[in-house]
Design a protein. Structure first.
Length: 391
C-alpha cells in the first residue's frame, strides 16, 4: 500500500493505456496512439493544404487555433472554417505531440534593416502580428523544442522559429538581387522588388540529404521525376511555392537545409525535431492557382502590407497564368506534394517516437520510485526488527 501511495505522487503517463511497444510504430497502429497535433494559424485565415491532407489521412487529432485578437485584424474576412478561435493559445506541450505554425499576411519584424542598406522599415500600412500573440507562439515553440516534440514552422512560422532562438526577422532589400518573380511584369512601374513570389527552385544542402526527416522527403521527391528523363541528365532542382517579403537570420546552432540566391534563409533545423521552412510546402495545385489570381487581382490581404497593385496588362496576366500552367505540366507541383507528404509523415513518426521516449522516461521514473519505496519499507522493517530485538 505504501508503494501505491508513493506511485500516486508520480505524474500521469503521457497517454492512457499501456506503453507502446519498442521500435517503429505507425500513428494508427495502436488505439490512443494517434498524434495530437496543435496547429497555430496566426491570422486565422491560412489553409493547411497538403499538410492538412496528410494529417487527416494519418489519423492525427488536429487542434487548429487562432486568437481572437489576431482574427480581429483580418483583412480578408472570416477565419478558416477549421479554426477554433480562442482568447489565448494553449500553454505548454503536455497536451500535444507536435506543433505546426502556419503563415500569415501579418509580419513579425524584429528590426527595420537586415541584409542590405535598402531594407525597408515597417509602416502603418505594414501591420504586424500582435506582440502578445508572438510571445505566446514563441513560448510554445520553445516548450515543444525543450521536450524534443516535433515543430514545423511554415513562412511566418519559420520566422517565428528563428525568433524563438535568437534569430532576427527583417525585410528583404528592395533591389533586383533580392527579388524572384515567375515572369517579368511590364505593366507595374516600379516593378515589385524585395519579394519572392511563385514557384522557384531550392538548393538543398548536404545536411538536408542526411537529415532524418528531410532526407527521405527529398528521396521521395526524386522518385517522382519523370521516368523518361535520360540517366545522364542532372535532375531539375526541387521547386516550391513562395510568397513573402520578410526574411530572417539563422539562430545560433541552426542546421541550414536549403537556400536560394535571392534569399539565403530558406529552411533549417534546430536540435532534433524543430523544422522551419520559409517556402510554402503546404501549397497544392488549387492553392497555387488561387494565389496567382489573388496576386493578379491585388488581394487586399497582401497589397495593404506590401503595396502590390492589381496587374492590369493582359499580356502580364496571361504570362503569369501560363507560367503556372508550365510549373504544373512539368510535374513540379506533384513532386512537391510527394516531398511534403513524406516530410509530414516523418514528423508524425518523430512525434510517436517522442511519445515513446516520454513513456520510457515515465516508466523509468516509476521503476525508480517503486525501488525507492521498497528500500524504504525494508529499512523500516529492519529498524522495527532491531527495536524488537533490543527489547
Amino acid at each position: 500500500s505504501s508503494s501505491s501511495s508513493f506511485e500516486a505522487l508520480l505524474p500521469p503517463p503521457p497517454w492512457p493505456g499501456p506503453l507502446p511497444p519498442p521500435g517503429p510504430v505507425t500513428p494508427c497502429a495502436l488505439p490512443g496512439m494517434a498524434p495530437r497535433v496543435l496547429v497555430v494559424n496566426p491570422s486565422g485565415e491560412e489553409t493547411l493544404g497538403i499538410v492538412g491532407n496528410v494529417l487527416r489521412e494519418s489519423c492525427a487529432a488536429v487542434d487548429e487555433v487562432a486568437t481572437q485578437e489576431a482574427v480581429s485584424l483580418l483583412v480578408a474576412g472570416e477565419p478558416s472554417p477549421s479554426v477554433r478561435v480562442v482568447p489565448v493559445l494553449p500553454q505548454g506541450a503536455s497536451d500535444h505531440d507536435c506543433l505546426v505554425i502556419l503563415g500569415s499576411p501579418l509580419g513579425v519584424l524584429t528590426e527595420s534593416s537586415g541584409c542590405g542598406k535598402s531594407s525597408r522599415s515597417p509602416t502603418s500600412d505594414d501591420p504586424q502580428t500582435p506582440a502578445g500573440l508572438v510571445a505566446q507562439i514563441e513560448v510554445l515553440i520553445r516548450a515543444f523544442h525543450k521536450v524534443e516534440k516535433p515543430v514545423l514552422g511554415i513562412c511566418l512560422g519559420a520566422q517565428l522559429v528563428a525568433r524563438s532562438f535568437g534569430g532576427k526577422v527583417f525585410k528583404l532589400p528592395s533591389d533586383p538581387e533580392h527579388t524572384a518573380m515567375p515572369v517579368k511584369l511590364t505593366s507595374q512601374d516600379p516593378p515589385p522588388l524585395g519579394v519572392e513570389f511563385g514557384w522557384h527552385p531550392q538548393e538543398f544542402l548536404p545536411e538536408a540529404e542526411t537529415d532524418p526527416v528531410v532526407g527521405p522527403a527529398l528521396r521521395e521527391w526524386q522518385s517522382g521525376l519523370l521516368s523518361g528523363s535520360p540517366g545522364s541528365c542532372s535532375p531539375p532542382p526541387p521547386k516550391f511555392a513562395q510568397w513573402h517579403s520578410d526574411t530572417f537570420s539563422f539562430p545560433k546552432g541552426a542546421v541550414q537545409l536549403s537556400s536560394r540566391p535571392t534569399c539565403p534563409a530558406q529552411a533549417f533545423r534546430m536540435g532534433r525535431r524543430t523544422y522551419a521552412f520559409q517556402y510554402h510546402i503546404e501549397v497544392d495545385e488549387e492553392m497555387s492557382r488561387d494565389w496567382v489570381n489573388s496576386y493578379l487581382e491585388g488581394d487586399d490581404s497582401y497589397t495593404e502590407r506590401d503595396n502590390w497593385e492589381p496587374v492590369s496588362s493582359q499580356n502580364d496576366r496571361q504570362a503569369m497564368k501560363a507560367q503556372m500552367d508550365e510549373v504544373i505540366a512539368e510535374g513540379s507541383v506533384q513532386r512537391a506534394d510527394r516531398f511534403t507528404r513524406s516530410l509530414v509523415c516523418g514528423l508524425l513518426a518523430e512525434a510517436v517516437a517522442a511519445r515513446q521516449e516520454e513513456g520510457e522516461r515515465w516508466a523509468e521514473r516509476r521503476k525508480r520510485a517503486v525501488a525507492a519505496t521498497a528500500a524504504l519499507v525494508a529499512l523500516a522493517a529492519a529498524a522495527l526488527a532491531a527495536r524488537r530485538w533490543r527489547q
